[in-house]
Each structure stands twice: as C-alpha cells, then as structure tokens.
Design a protein around this ligand. Structure first.
Ligand code: ADP
Ligand code: ZN
Length: 749
C-alpha cells in the first residue's frame, strides 16, 4: 500500500490531552530558525511516531510543516506547549536511520533540523494521473504532403511524430493546437494509447545494449577487490582512481550487477552536467526499466512518482545528481559517486551538504560499500586514501592499450596579442580536419567577449546587481550578466567619457566559433554551452550530431569535458587554459588541473591516438604543466605540501560565515558584529580572518561580507559549536542582514 499524504481533519485545540506523551518536532521554519527541536503535545486519538510528518502551530507564523523526531514522557521545563495540529502520514515516512542522518546533517551543516530533514522528504506534487497519450496510428502515412493545406495539423503531426506517446497537455505545451489533434484523430492518423504513468526526459533513447566487454586486467583486479563487499554487503570506502578512458563505468556496471544479484539496490551519483541521456543509456542498456533517473529537469509530478517508486522498492538502480544521495532506498547495497571531485556535489544553500560526505555517512551507517570514482580525485579524497581511510583501486591504463594523448603547451606570449587560435593549434586543426578527423575545442567561457571596455577612460561595463563585468553576446547583440542573467543593451557611446571607443576584449565560445568559421569555411561546426542547450533535447541533439560525424568541430565549455566518449575526436584544443586559474580561491589551481585533465581525456578514445594542444599564458604553472604530463600524483604531492604548510584542507578545517544584505552598510556592520561574537569564543588553535568584503562583493543585488575560521582538523566540532553559538548570539542584532555558516566551503568567492 502506498502511504499517501492525505490531509486529516484539524483537531480541536481546546480538548484535554488524553496521551501522556509529547513529541519533539523538527519544524521547517526556514534557514534562520533556531537550531533545535520543538516539543508539542500529541494530537488526540492518534499518537504520532518518529518519522511521521505533521503540521504544527509555530509562534506568529501560523501552522508550519515538520517531522516528528522523538517522543518523550515529560515536557521540557517551563515550556508553554501547543498541540500538533495535523498528522500528514498514516505511518512513519522516515526510519530511524533517516532521522539520524538528518540530525547528523543539522550538526555538520550548521542548520536547523527542520531544514536538514527537507532533502529526505518526498518532493511536493501530485501523483501523475493516468492520462491518454497520443501516437501515430498504425498505417498512418509517413509523408505529410496531404496536410500541405493544413499547417496547424501538419505542425501537430510533426510534433507527435518527433515525440510520440505524450499527453495532450504535453503537445499543447509544444505549441500544438487542440483543434489540430482533433482533426488528426478524425482523419484516423492518430491512436490514443494506453495511459503512460511515468515519463522522464530520458525515456527516449534506447539503452546501449550488446554484450559487456571482457574486463581488462586492471578492471578485473579492481572488481575482485570489491567483490566481497558487494556480495554481503560489507562496509567499505573505495577510491577508483582511473585515468580518462580506463573504463570506470564498466566497473560501476558490473558492481551494480552483483549488488542486484544479491537482492540489493544501487545508487549512482553523477554531476548534474553529466546527467545526460547518453550517461543514463549505459545503465538502462544493462538494467532496463529498473533504472530510475532523478534529474532537476523532471516535473513536480514525475519527481514525486520517482521518489515513491524508489520508496516502494520498485527500482533497482537510481541515477541522479547531488540530491539523489537521499533517495529513499530500503535495501541499498552500493553507492557510486562518479567524478567525485566535482564541485557541484556541494549544495550551496541550506542545508549545505556535500553529497560525497552524505554518501560516505550512509555507507558507514548501513554497512555497505561506497565507490568514489575519478581520474583526478579531490585532493581531500586522495589524501584520505593515502592515510588508508579509503581503499584505492587504480586503473593506470586506458582500455585496449590505447595511449593517453600527447599534450603540447603553447605559450601565448609568443603570439600576437588578441590571437584566438595560435599557429600550432590552427596548423593541427588543418591537419586533423584534412584527414577527416574530428576536433574538440574547449573554452570555459560562453558568450562572445567577457569585457566591454573604453579605450580612453577605461570604463568597464559592469552588472548593476553583481560585482562582475558584463559579457557581450553576438546572438542578440546585448550585454549579459552570467551570474544574475540580467541583459542590457550595448551603449552607443562610452557612459564614462562620452567617447566612441568602446571595445570588446577577451574571448568566449561565440567568438571562437566565428573565428573557426572564418579560417575553416568548409568545416561543419557545432557549439555547446549554456546558450545553445536551453531548449529540451538540445544537449542530446548536439552530442548525437557530433558523435555521428555530422560535424567536424565542436566548440564547448565544461559541458563537453565531462565523461564524453566520442571515438572520432583525435584533436583537442584548449583555447585558453587560464580562465579560472587566478580566481581568489585556494582551490583554483586544483580546479584548473582537473578540468584540463578531463578535457584532454576526450582525445584519442577511438582507434587512433589523440593529440592535445593547450594555449596558456602561464605554461610554467604547476596546474598547467602537470596536467600536460598527465601527472596527477606529482600535482597532488606538490599542492598538498602547500596546503599542509598553510593549514588548509585537508590538513585544517575552514568554516566560512557569510553575511549578506541589499544594504551595503548592513552587510558590513553585520559581519563586524559576527566577527566580534566569534572572537569571544575561539577554540584553541583556531584563527579568525576578516571581516572583509567577499571576492564576489555583490551578487544579485546582495552585498556580501565574510568571516572565516581556520583551525586544526580535530577542532572541527569545536569550530562548528563556536559558529553556531555566535550566529545565535547575533541573530537579533543583524538588522536587515542575514547570516549563514558554510562549513568546508567549496567556493571562497
Ligand atoms: P572512463 O569513465 O574511465 O573515462 P569509460 O568508462 O567511459 O572510461 O570507458 C571508455 C570506453 O571504453 C567506453 O567506450 C567503454 O565502453 C570502453 N570499455 C570499457 N571497458 C572496456 C573493456 N574491458 N574492453 C574494451 N572496451 C572497454
Ligand atoms: Zn548580475
């Protein structure tokens, strides 16, 4: 029986209690709420259990949702107790382990339990109703010439042909006219299908079928090490450190197969950007319909349905991004975290969790293995493996003895200023294209040019809401903010001095595309960035277009760097390796190194060896140099030594406290008040930095200040306690400003 969240009648508040028990409830009162549970009187007639959702009166804020965490016989002293207003679940929705997880999350993420439990709850939404779906009738003409005089019907026919099996509402949303559907029905061209209950954006492409490849020696060794953990299952944390193209996915697939054979379920996390139909098709190809996909592109009803399908045990494997780590499996046997170094695993709003840490917690608590995979592990994971807290499984070779691509570094200081494609890259492109091969060009910056600058007065076009420059986009000839999406026209004259000398500086993907079209006019070109992938299915169309050989050159941002497996690519060109190298963030070199290795790894995945050309202005920088030599270990050792000397993670802990407000003064003075409160309760050996304006001093109209705590690793709990109590102390004194703690920050901007 599917427990449904049916509202029950409100209980009269005045009636005397008939139960002696009280319930401690995690109330979802938003991020700024007190970090505690609140005690309520049991509702009359139907005592609640821990794990049930309820609605409770909360101060002047009316009735709020919450989850019962515990029961008690005596109320806390002095409390003026109110009664639970409504019970939402007929039986507990969350078990003891889930409640423990929420409590752990509230502790490590420094947030109220009512916020921490939110990602564990089913997404809001109504279950999808059975609805009729339309598709072309058997025997309907394949040629739509007969509809030449009925453009609305023709458009409807094409839409239904392109995506058969959708509901009427779905076609209307795609611009189909209701009358056209009726007319096609009358013609006998359409059939109404059996109701389709589930639909997700990935049900379209068929899975990659065929017999699985025979494991290589290294793959076999890794699988052998994992086998005893998968069968029982048994607790274990593993780092699958495999170079690009070493066949990590095959290890995931075979591990999952043993978990399923043992009657258990598996959860696979991939970065949001890599959660594409082709990724999912690997899993669907091997495990069919038992695979659920959890994706931010799902509608509310779909998300709701997928959550309940997993909760009811109808799913063997779930593939999803960050928040899928909370998927409500009841017989979990394995968690895989692919590309475990990806920053997108950190949630940047309350509750600020890191999906990898949650996965490791669940693995420990459930006694199951957790498999972290990467070619370029997070330095913290690598260090944990060196300290034997995580077992390392290495894949040092690509499959089928394919070599890693050779990488050449080009110092752009030797090229004319403003050069986009240097001599070597242009020559290599001509060579590979001339031989009918494919070229991937990488530049992690979309738009045409990142700067609009006055030659005379140095005026720079900036966003009014964010402290960043505006990018010029050639597609609409406007200025765009990449942080808040504001769009502004290009001024005709310089707003600073009134002069005519506004100039575009720097390069984005649109400008590279223009340059490639100019220099290689016969090359067929595709571009993949946020701007070309906005519409449904666009990502898939571009990828398939490139993979099938319908294009010769693909220009893209980091979207093309993750997990792509296109055999025709023999040349990868990095147009500018330095775009993020000088960010004021201690992780900037690590991120640059990882991205360069990932993108270089796209070359030579077919029969022919690959070649990579990296254009940079800092060829001697370790992040660039080590990436060129595929030397992760050397980069890690050097960078970890610097981190150790500076007391930075993984050798120290950071907590960043952010204060923000639409009023500049409120943000600054709030940060000062908070810093004072922190200074009064600093644990032994912990430093306090700031307050200072954050590097990204304004974002979406909010002024941002921050304060940082840095301390030794074993001071983490004391640091969190200090941050928590300082936040509580200043809560009433921040005026219009808001404050939040970000433990183990992934971004210092
Ligand atoms: P990684 O994720 O490590 O970069 P992939 O998992 O994408 O590598 O694998 C790269 C390619 O090698 C894929 O096309 C995959 O199907 C193929 N492959 C994996 N294992 C084997 C094997 N043992 N023999 C042959 N091909 C393999
Ligand atoms: Zn902006």
């Amino acid at each position: 029986m599917k427990p449904q969240a049916l509202p029950r009648p409100l209980l009269p508040d005045a009636s005397p209690p008939t139960h002696r028990l009280y319930a401690d409830v995690a109330v979802d009162a938003g991020p700024g709420a007190p970090e505690q549970l609140f005690t309520y009187i049991q509702p009359e007639g139907e005592p609640v259990q821990p794990g049930q959702r309820v609605r409770v009166p909360f101060g002047s804020r009316g009735v709020l949702p919450g989850v019962v965490f515990a029961l008690r016989d005596t109320p806390p002293p002095g409390a003026r107790l109110r009664r639970i207003a409504q019970v939402l679940d007929p039986e507990p929705l969350l078990g003891p382990v889930e409640l423990e997880l929420a409590q752990w999350l509230a502790e490590v993420a420094i947030c109220p339990p009512g916020s921490a439990v939110r990602p564990l709850l089913p997404p809001p939404g109504e279950p999808l109703r059975d609805e009729p779906v339309y598709s072309p009738a058997d025997g309907a003409p394949t040629d739509d010439a007969a509809l030449a005089r009925a453009p609305a019907q023709r458009a409807a026919w094409r839409a239904i042909h392109a995506e058969p099996g959708l509901t009427r509402a779905a076609y209307l949303a795609r611009g189909v006219r209701p009358a056209a559907i009726a007319a096609l029905m009358a013609r006998g061209w359409l059939q109404v299908g059996a109701a389709l209950r589930r639909r997700d954006p990935f049900s379209g492409p068929p899975g990659v079928g065929g017999a699985p490849p025979e494991p290589t020696g290294e793959q076999a060794a890794a699988l052998e090490a994992l086998a005893p953990y998968l069968r029982l299952p048994r607790q274990g944390a593993f780092l699958l450190w495999g170079v690009t193209g070493s066949g990590k996915t095959e290890i995931y697939l075979r591990s999952i197969a043993s978990v399923i054979a043992a009657g258990r379920q598996a959860l696979v996390l991939v970065p949001e950007i890599a959660l594409t139909p082709q990724t999912v098709s690997h899993f669907r190809g091997r495990f069919g319909d038992a695979v659920a996909v959890l994706h931010s592109g799902l509608g509310a009803g779909e998300r709701h349905d997928e959550w309940w399908r997993i909760r009811r045990g109808e799913v063997a494997v779930a593939v999803g991004a960050r928040s899928a780590v909370f998927a409500p499996f009841q017989r979990l046997g394995l968690i895989v975290v692919d590309e475990e170094h990806e920053p997108s695993y950190k949630q940047e709003e309350t509750p600020r969790y890191h999906a990898r840490e949650v996965a490791l917690w669940r693995g420990r608590r459930l006694g199951i293995p957790v498999l972290l995979g990467s070619a370029t592990p997070d330095l913290e994971t690598y260090d944990a493996a060196a300290a034997a807290q995580i077992v390392r499984l290495d894949l040092r070779q690509r499959v089928l003895d394919r070599p890693l691509p050779s990488v050449r570094l080009i110092d752009m200081a030797t090229e004319a200023p403003g050069t986009l494609l240097g001599k070597e890259l242009a020559a290599a492109m001509a060579d590979h294209l001339g031989r009918g091969r494919q070229v991937l060009l990488f530049l992690n910056r979309r738009g045409y040019a990142p700067l609009l600058l006055c030659r005379d007065c140095r005026y720079l076009a900036r966003c009014q809401q964010c402290s960043v420059s505006l990018s010029y986009h050639a597609s609409d000839r406007q200025l765009h903010c990449h942080y808040c999406a504001a769009v502004r026209p290009v001024p005709a004259r310089c707003p600073g001095c009134g002069g005519p000398w506004l100039q575009l500086r720097g390069i984005g993907t649109q400008r590279v595309a223009e340059e490639v079209a100019r220099r290689f006019p016969s090359a067929r070109l595709l571009r993949m960035d946020l701007d070309t992938t906005g519409s449904k299915g666009a990502h898939q169309r571009i990828y398939e277009g490139f993979r099938s050989g319908a294009a010769d050159v693909l220009i893209g941002t980091q979207m093309v760097a993750k997990g792509w497996d296109v055999a025709g690519v023999t040349l990868v060109g990095v147009v500018d390796a330095d775009t993020a190298l000088h960010h004021p963030d201690y992780r900037a070199p690590e991120r640059t190194f990882q991205l360069l290795c990932q993108v270089a790894g796209r070359a030579g995945r077919g029969d022919e060896p690959g070649e990579v050309i990296v254009q940079t202005r800092t060829p001697e920088h370790p992040a660039v140099l080590r990436a060129a030599h595929h030397d992760y270990a050397a980069f890690a050792d050097e960078t970890l030594a610097l981190r150790r000397a500076a007391g930075f993670p993984p050798y120290g802990r950071l907590i960043r406290l952010l204060v923000w407000s639409r009023q500049a003064f409120a943000a600054q003075s709030g940060a000062e008040v908070l810093a004072l409160a922190l200074a009064g309760r600093l644990p032994e050996g912990v430093d306090l930095w700031g307050p200072s304006a954050a590097p990204l001093a304004q974002l979406r109209g909010q002024y941002r200040w921050h304060v940082c705590l840095r301390g030794p690793r074993d001071a983490a709990a004391a640091m969190r306690a200090a941050a928590r109590s300082a936040l509580r102390e200043v809560a009433g004194r921040l005026g219009v400003a808001r404050a939040a703690a970000d433990p183990d920050p992934q971004s210092m901007l």
